[in-house]
Design a protein around this ligand. Structure first.
Ligand SMILES: [Zn+2]
Length: 248
């Protein structure tokens, strides 16, 4: 079963790659069929097998030999791994489906933000719609849980966006609303805090190790995305660790 879930993750990852490429370019994610971005060569089924095609073609287009981005196999393997982890933690429960949808969305958000510095509204709307449905299906969520989470997430980053005068994009604020639907108010505050912490550590790394200036712009979406999945999967462990280690 775990193998099937992993293969399902690989195939989903392949679709997420299409989303990452097409959504910021205002293209449909279903039409037309996949083609090489360099030469327009329509990909055949054997050129679309996740990971395997990339290895067989040594990371190049079969027609024009243009390099295929490393993002493709990385996203596929990562998606497969997250699906497996979710199956291992939850079996085929409602939490499993929530995690794989949430992780898929966050993966697309993170890679688009890294490449284009935007979080498209299409993804925010999708996240709100799916978050609402999953929240009604999950026994531990519900309307009040979602409403508090949405307000806490949106409100917190809205204040940050206003105070920082545009350092924080409005896309991040809308993403925090989606995060709140899935995580509830305590969860979304924990995730925002973790994202700031990780972002600060990364910023220091850039300055000290890479010698970048203080003004280097770092997209915040990937940190929010990573923190969202981490909190959804391990919030209880993080809280008990915090109480044990920090508060003694
Ligand atoms: Zn090509």
């Amino acid at each position: 079963m775990a193998v099937l879930v992993f293969i399902y993750g690989l195939i989903t990852g392949s679709f997420l790659n299409v989303c990452i490429y097409r959504i910021p370019r205002q293209m449909s994610v279903v039409n037309p069929p996949s083609a090489c971005p360099a030469c327009g060569h329509r990909l055949r089924w054997y050129e679309l097998v996740p990971v395997v095609s990339f290895i067989m073609q040594r990371g190049r287009c079969r027609k024009c030999t243009a390099a295929v981005a490393w993002r493709y196999p990385i996203v596929e393997i990562f998606t497969g791994a997250v699906f497996c982890l979710s199956y291992y933690l939850y079996g085929l429960s409602i939490d499993f489906w929530t995690v794989i949808i949430l992780a898929s969305l966050m993966l697309v958000v993170a890679f688009i933000d890294i490449e284009h510095r935007i979080i498209p509204n299409r993804l925010v709307i999708f996240g709100l719609a799916v978050g609402l449905v999953m929240g009604l299906l999950r026994p531990d969520a519900g309307i009040v849980f979602m409403a508090k989470g949405l307000l806490a997430g949106f409100g917190t980053l809205f204040v940050v966006a206003v105070v920082s005068r545009g350092q924080m994009g409005f896309g991040d604020v809308k993403l925090a609303a989606v995060m709140g639907l899935f995580l509830g108010w305590q969860g979304v505050l924990m995730a925002i805090f973790m994202a700031f912490l990780a972002g600060a550590v990364y910023g220091i790394f850039l300055m000290v190790v890479m010698g970048k200036g203080r003004k280097t712009a770092v997209p915040f979406g990937p940190f929010l995305a990573g923190a969202t999945i981490t909190v959804y999967l391990w919030s209880h462990q993080i809280i008990s660790w915090y109480i044990r280690v920090i508060l003694g």
